[in-house]
Ligand binder design. Structure first.
Ligand SMILES: C[S@@+](CC[C@H](N)C(=O)[O-])C[C@H]1O[C@@H](n2cnc3c(N)ncnc32)[C@H](O)[C@@H]1O
Length: 258
């Protein structure tokens, strides 16, 4: 196919993606519930089930990326996804935590790179419909035994998370992705720290980091060593965005979880 023909084919997809981005941004439902007004999350599930080979995580990710050529979605996307994967590989987590599952795209990327035997990812999602879509997509990717999608916020599920840490016999989560609501990044991080649920060596990835957590990172270099990656937004590469990868290096006092 010639370059001109390729561009000609891409234009309708780009316009459709732009329109769906606009629809999402201006939707009160999307802002309040984390679900699009047009049912694109359920449509994505159908697309994945029909296009991707069952049990093939790579094929599932490729189908999601393909779907988002014409429908904008808030998955972390390919570019930031590869930064996320490098951070997982660097840390080799036994127990990881994600805040903000959406449809399970980043959960699949994280879990696929968790190579330790019996390693597990717990992913929290506030919206029950998103939880159902994510569970079905993760199941189709063959990762259901490795990823536990739980409905609720960090505060809602704090006690369950403490039980999981105790059951797994590990002191804290060694990997954390914050990709939920920017307003909650700092308070959720502080809650995890206060409860000893992250500790020395934990890696914290924060996507689209907002100003309060970003200020915290900047002023806490004794506690967190951070690298900032400036890149394009998910499936909208002209819009600037930041993803940070931080290593928690402070010694916390031994914490007795109550
Ligand atoms: C940007 S999307 C997550 C994308 C996902 N990490 C991925 O890359 O595939 C944000 C998600 O966080 C959820 N959310 C918002 N606030 C939350 C909270 N306090 N706790 C858990 N999930 C939350 C939203 O419903 C939405 O599904």
């Amino acid at each position: 196919m010639t370059f001109i023909n390729r561009i000609r084919m891409m234009i309708p997809q780009m316009l459709s993606r732009l329109w769906s981005y606009f629809v999402f941004l201006t939707s009160k439902k999307a802002r309040l519930t984390g679900q699009s007004p047009d049912g694109r999350e359920a449509a994505l599930l159908n697309y994945v089930l029909s296009k991707a080979e069952e049990g093939n995580a790579e094929a599932v990710l490729a189908a999601i990326d393909d779907y988002t050529q014409s429908v904008w979605m808030m998955n972390i996307g390919k570019h930031k996804g590869s930064i996320l994967e490098s951070a997982v590989q660097r840390c080799e987590p036994k127990l990881a935590l994600e805040l903000g599952t959406y449809c399970g795209y980043s959960a699949i990327r994280i879990a696929s790179k968790m190579s330790k035997p019996d390693s597990k990812l717990i992913s929290l999602e506030i919206n029950p419909n998103n939880c159902n879509v994510a569970k079905a997509i993760i199941n189709h990717a063959g990762l259901a035994s490795k990823v536990d999608v739980m409905e609720g916020t960090l505060s809602d599920r704090l006690e369950d998370l403490c039980d999981i840490l105790d059951d797994e016999g590990v002191p804290h989560f060694d990997f954390l992705l914050m990709d939920h609501s920017k307003q909650c990044y700092l308070s959720d991080f502080l809650l995890l720290k206060e409860r000893g649920m992250i500790g020395k060596g934990s890696i914290i990835v924060s996507n689209n980091v907002g100003s309060d957590f970003s200020n915290y990172l900047r002023t806490s270099s004794d506690e967190l060593e951070s690298e900032e990656h400036r890149c394009g937004s998910e499936y909208m590469s002209l819009l600037p965005s930041i993803i940070t990868v931080s290593t928690f290096k402070a010694d916390l006092p031994m914490f007795v979880r109550t």
